[in-house]
Design a protein around this ligand. Structure first.
Ligand code: F3S
Length: 420
């Protein structure tokens, strides 16, 4: 790989041991993928901020001890816990201690304590075409596809290395030609009524992710009126069932104002179709729950936006969460500040909803809560639920989640694709 003088100096240790280690790891990554040079990125989003195993903590503390400092603005994905409401979240002492150590190490490195998996819905939003290095699969898919910024799917710890040197190897989705769609997916028999049910978007994301694998995919037929939060649910789902870093929605996403644009003058290698029956089957796959018993309802995966809170507050108006149900919403500290200032936090907590920041429901403290069945409006969470938490999952719209939490049993409206 061709290295510039500045990069050679970093590799010689002239900018400290932490940067030397970080750059040498990234150069190895680049050589593995045939990159010819390094390139600068303007910002980084670190996924490794969540405590999962001691190795991740050791890595962060080692860099902090070496005096590592981020070279570019760097946001943080969720912690394992709510770092502020840890008592209400019943965090065991060991997990609290390790999450706090993780927090200390990353703050010492100069990162911004965003603690959110939806960094694109608050301050640090890249522009179209901006070269960035993001971790967290939903955020990567959203940044590449909905915003049109450019990042590869940076895995844990690579993101940390990128933040310390503000550079990554030039390969993959950083390069325009690799952003062209290889697979085209069209709808057949999907009606306007189906698109009015917002639960369709995470389901479509889940299906398209399965069909795309790790390929760049173009989808024709998504209505131009689709909202940001539906695109968020789609991005999270597509990146959980597939290894998708970039998708194009023709006429919707910025690099796909026309089909020709996202194909970059080529023909798709494969053309596939999605019919209503496939959406019904995708939804069935996300259900492992049997019957209508449920004890946990979780929304905010990815973290809830201000607009979603407004909708939730309207749906909860005058209602109360059933005594047998825990109803959790996860969001960022920034959005929490907004909803606190306008009274939504008080209204929701008065009705029995628990609003948490910083954390990720997949890592909830199992030793102190004893649940069997979770309902959610997130296809990503439903997809990972059983394998990562041991809970059975049920999937529905936001309205279904609210009705379920209020009635104390699983409620799922009849969706328009159910009859196929
Ligand atoms: Fe975010 Fe955790 Fe869901 S990191 S996207 S809340 S699985």
């Amino acid at each position: 790989m061709h290295l510039r003088d500045q990069e050679k100096k970093i590799l010689n240790g002239e900018h400290g041991e932490a940067r030397r280690i970080a750059l040498s790891i990234l150069v190895d990554l680049g050589e593995l993928f045939g990159a010819e040079e390094m390139m600068e990125v303007s910002q980084v989003h670190i996924d490794s901020s969540i405590y999962m195993v001691d190795a991740g903590l050791d890595f962060a503390e080692r860099f902090a001890e070496l005096g590592a400092k981020v070279a570019v603005p760097t946001s943080l994905n969720p912690s394992a816990i709510d770092l502020e409401r840890w008592k209400e979240y019943r965090v065991p002492p060991d997990l609290l201690d390790k999450s706090r150590r993780m927090e200390r190490a990353y703050l010492q490195m100069g990162t911004t304590p965003t603690w959110t998996c939806a960094p694109y819905q608050q301050g640090m939003i890249p522009r179209f075409g901006e070269q960035i290095a993001w971790g967290e699969s939903n955020a990567i898919a959203f940044a590449n596809s909905v915003i049109g910024a450019r990042t590869n799917r940076y895995g844990d710890l690579m993101d940390v290395c990128a933040s310390l040197v503000g550079r990554v190897p030039r390969f993959g989705l950083h390069v325009r030609v690799n952003r062209r769609a290889e697979v085209l997916i069209r709808f057949t028999g999907i009606t306007g009524e189906m698109f009015e049910d917002k639960a369709i978007y995470p389901l479509l994301g889940f299906l398209v992710g399965e069909m795309a694998g790790d390929r760049v995919v173009a989808v024709e037929g998504i209505p131009g009126s689709v909202g940001m939060d539906s695109l968020k649910g789609f991005s999270a789902a597509i990146a959980s069932s597939g290894a998708v870093g970039l998708f194009h929605l023709v006429g919707v996403t910025p690099e796909a104002q026309t089909l020709e644009m996202c194909l970059q003058g080529t023909r798709p290698k494969e053309v596939l179709e999605i019919a209503p029956k496939m959406i019904r089957k995708a939804e069935e796959k996300l259900w492992t729950a049997e019957g209508d018993m449920v004890d946990l309802v979780v929304i905010g995966c990815p973290h809830f936006s201000f607009m979603e809170f407004r909708e939730l507050a309207l749906l909860m108006n005058g209602k109360r969460v059933h005594s047998t149900i825990a109803f959790w919403v996860f969001t960022s500290r920034t959005v929490y500040g907004w909803i606190k200032n306008c009274g939504i936090v008080k209204d929701l907590t008065d009705s029995g909803v628990m609003v948490f920041t910083d954390g990720c429901p997949l890592q909830y403290p199992k030793e102190t809560w004893h649940f069997d069945v979770m309902m959610t409006n997130s296809a990503k969470l439903a997809n990972y639920c059983y394998s990562q938490t041991g809970l059975d999952a049920a999937y529905g719209s936001l309205e279904d989640c609210v009705d379920t939490a209020v009635q104390g049993r699983i409620v799922r409206r009849k969706s328009p694709w159910k009859k196929y």
